[in-house]
Design a protein around this ligand. Structure first.
Ligand SMILES: Cc1ncc(COP(=O)(O)O)c(C=O)c1O
Length: 382
């Protein structure tokens, strides 16, 4: 790589990592170096409060399923009771859609990259909220799309009217994240539905629902029903969050059958061998039926969040009430706060450009949160 290319690459990586909230100031290589310095530490010693993982997962049922199917790891995940076809069928049944509306990926990250690649080419406009987990915007920008970030409003909610007013004949995609990462805010369901109905007449609307399961009666809040109405809407979900399967890398996208087919052919050539692995597919099938684990995780998260708010109130720190498994709060000096926490092996994220002194903390185990609070109480606040 030429020095100038390398410089640009490092710059891009720094922007990427900042936007994803991994490490706001330095590039990916620095993030990796920092995280890798904890390589030989146990999960008990390092408090992983930066990736919004579920500390409770995987569920007992998933572990049993993995034991049951692991002997079949020599086979591709096809023509089997727990194969991709079965997973698509189950998702379709649960969503009142057909398997043709379902696209499976190695985590929803992959599906977001596919969306960026599919809708973003030179000159095309993609409207994204800011701040958000902006995989689409970052990748689309790399391939020449004109990405238009729209700031959240004063209540940290997505500015839907501004987003709608920016749709033009060049707009190929508009993205929403609900609940949003890192703010944890949600858009009122009927308001979002009306917005999606209107906006999807003019462009494709993608709603990232990675954290939707943390809402009670989450199905009512999902935008998936709009696909049944025939709207030009895509919905992404993941098994990495409430289901506790981040390491297995599996997620899905719902959308109009024609568009799903087009993307599947474009990015997989329809070759079933190159699909998420058999353990993740079987685990995803089990997870979708594991209602009590879902309830338990949601309840646990809610309790931890409430306790955390109380402590933030005591410390007089400003936060945004969250509908997800993380809380975004003002630490007055993120650089200093982060340095202190990482020194104590508490890994967390934050420092996004618009709110550079805010931190995002995943609601981890009771012990992890206790430890974090203990360290916060010992800190002098500005
Ligand atoms: C909003 C949002 N969408 C998508 C993802 C990607 O998740 P995964 O690739 O593990 O499915 C994340 C991960 O943190 C996220 O926060």
């Amino acid at each position: 790589m030429k020095t100038s290319d390398r410089r640009q690459w490092l710059k891009d990586m720094a922007v990427t990592s900042a936007a994803l909230g991994l490490l706001p100031i330095t590039g990916f290589s620095e993030v990796n170096k920092e995280v890798h310095s904890f390589l030989n530490e146990s999960d008990e010693d390092v408090k992983r409060l930066l990736y919004n993982e579920n500390h409770l997962g995987p569920s007992k049922n998933v572990k049993k399923m993995i034991e049951k199917v692991i002997h079949r790891s020599n086979r591709y995940a096809t023509f089997f009771k727990y194969d991709l076809k079965a997973l698509k069928q189950l998702i379709a049944e649960q969503e009142g859609l057909s398997p043709e509306n379902v696209l499976i990926g190695h985590g929803s990250f992959e599906l977001l990259i596919w969306a960026a690649t599919h809708f973003g080419s030179k000159g095309e406009e993609i409207i994204v909220p800011s701040p958000t987990f902006d995989v689409v915007g970052l990748f689309a920008r790399k391939i020449g799309a004109n990405v238009i970030p729209i700031e959240v409003d004063s209540e940290f909610k997505m500015n839907l009217s501004e987003m709608e007013s920016r749709i033009s004949s060049q707009t190929s995609l508009l993205t929403i994240c609900n609940p949003n990462n890192p703010t944890g805010t949600v858009i009122e369901t009927e308001k979002l539905k009306s917005f999606c109905r209107l906006a999807s007449d003019k462009t494709t609307v993608l709603v990232d629902e990675a954290y939707i399961h943390f809402l009670k009666s989450w199905k009512e809040h999902s935008m998936a029903s709009l696909i049944k109405e025939g709207k030009n809407v895509l919905v992404t979900r993941t098994f990495s969050k409430i289901y506790g399967l981040a390491g297995l890398r599996i997620g899905f996208m719902l959308g109009p059958a024609e568009l799903v087919h087009e993307m599947e052919m474009k990015f997989t050539l329809g070759f079933p061998g190159n699909m998420p692995n058999s353990l993740s597919v079987a685990s995803a099938i089990t997870s979708l039926k594991d209602y009590s684990f879902l309830e338990m995780s949601r309840y646990n998260n809610q309790e931890t969040r409430s306790r955390f708010y109380k402590e933030l109130d005591e410390l007089n720190l400003r936060y945004i009430p969250s509908e997800a498994n993380f809380v975004y709060f003002d630490v007055t000096n993120f650089k200093e706060y982060k340095a202190m926490m990482w020194k104590n092996k508490i890994l967390l994220a934050g420092g996004w450009p618009t709110k550079s002194n805010w931190a995002r903390v995943t609601m981890g185990s009771e012990n992890d949160i206790d430890y974090l609070l203990h360290k916060m109480k010992g800190k002098k606040w500005l």
